[in-house]
Design a protein around this ligand. Structure first.
Ligand code: FE
Ligand code: FE
Length: 319
């Protein structure tokens, strides 16, 4: 039996990091259709990793028992699972509005990817001491305030564009530039900083990050092709980006990130011995980093990735 080789960008060991992949690769809806997805994702990236990691990979005891590391990670996962669930539901509109078969198939795969992310972030809470019957209540307790403050306003903007205006390309822009483009680097930071304390969580992030390379590059290529064909839509798209950025400036997202990062720092200080010389990025030991440095680095990744993608989309005026 012959099997199609797994494309490098979806291969667990060969895929680039999220930020590198999303900054440099060019993937399109036509190349990432349903046929591609079946071979590359369920039979590729995720083979043997139904919950996002191998069964033998588990959190360190210091992370699965109550303490600052557990608090930092459970708060993050609870927030992320809600974000992914909201993305999944919004993607239903993208599938419905897609103007051609390639983009319809692509967004159908993205819808399943995001539903999977919600599922793996949620189910990992069970490995961190949350009892299954209480799972949804615990998520509510951990993340309801952040959801209302950060996610609901973004969702409102997305639904206005997609549900109320039926604006497909507006939806692509909200998703690719304003939501995933902003949040992706934080996901990469998460993978790197949890690698030792919870390799299972890091693997869950790694798998989601590989999917995210596809979401960001294909989303950008759909926007690029659309704007080439419809340059008259450019002012409207730029206005939407400006509006979305103003919205972000009004959200308490930085406070939320700093609060979780401070908990992580507390845990890192307590358990520095476990981390040893592990380098969070080349040449920089995790134990030597600070809250500010980690947050600033993720922010810099976001800026540089976003700039490259905007140029690619023909939206350099929005930089
Ligand atoms: Fe996702
Ligand atoms: Fe995504």
């Amino acid at each position: 039996m012959t099997t199609t080789p797994i494309p490098a960008e979806a291969d667990w060991d060969r895929a680039p990091t999220l930020v590198d992949g999303a900054s440099t690769l060019e993937l399109t809806a036509a190349s990432c259709n349903l046929q591609y997805w079946f071979g590359a994702v369920p039979q590729g990236t995720l083979r043997g990793k139904v919950l996002g990691h191998d069964e033998s990979v588990v959190p360190l005891e210091v992370t699965s028992r109550p303490g600052p590391l557990n608090q930092a990670l459970t708060q993050e996962l609870a927030f992320r699972t809600i974000a992914e669930e909201k993305a999944t539901r919004a993607l239903g509109y993208m599938v419905a509005l897609a103007p051609d078969n390639d983009s319809m198939e692509f967004y159908a795969t993205q819808l399943i990817d995001e539903a999977r992310h919600a599922m793996v972030f949620r189910s990992h809470l069970l490995s961190l001491g949350v009892a299954e019957p209480e799972l949804f209540d615990v998520i509510e307790k951990l993340a309801a305030a952040d959801r209302d403050a950060v996610l609901v306003p973004l969702e409102t903007l997305g639904l206005e564009v997609l549900r109320d205006q039926g604006d497909f390309i507006g939806g692509v822009v909200v998703l690719t530039i304003l939501v995933e483009g902003v949040l992706a680097p934080a996901a990469q930071l998460s993978e790197l900083k949890w690698r030792i304390f919870d390799p299972a969580a890091a693997d869950v992030e790694r798998g989601a990050g590989i999917d995210e390379i596809r979401h960001l590059t294909v989303g950008s290529s759909i926007a690029r092709e659309h704007l080439q064909k419809h340059p008259e839509d450019k002012p409207r798209v730029i206005e939407l980006i400006t509006r979305g950025r103003k919205l972000w400036d009004s959200l308490p997202a930085a406070d939320m990130v700093l609060r979780r990062e401070a908990l992580f720092q507390e845990g890192l200080d307590q358990h520095a011995d476990l981390v040893g010389d592990y380098e969070i990025w080349p040449g920089r030991r995790l134990v030597d980093t600070t809250v500010e440095e980690r947050v600033r680095t993720a922010h810099e990744w976001a800026e540089s990735m976003q700039q490259k993608r905007l140029v690619y989309m023909g939206l350099e005026e929005a930089i």
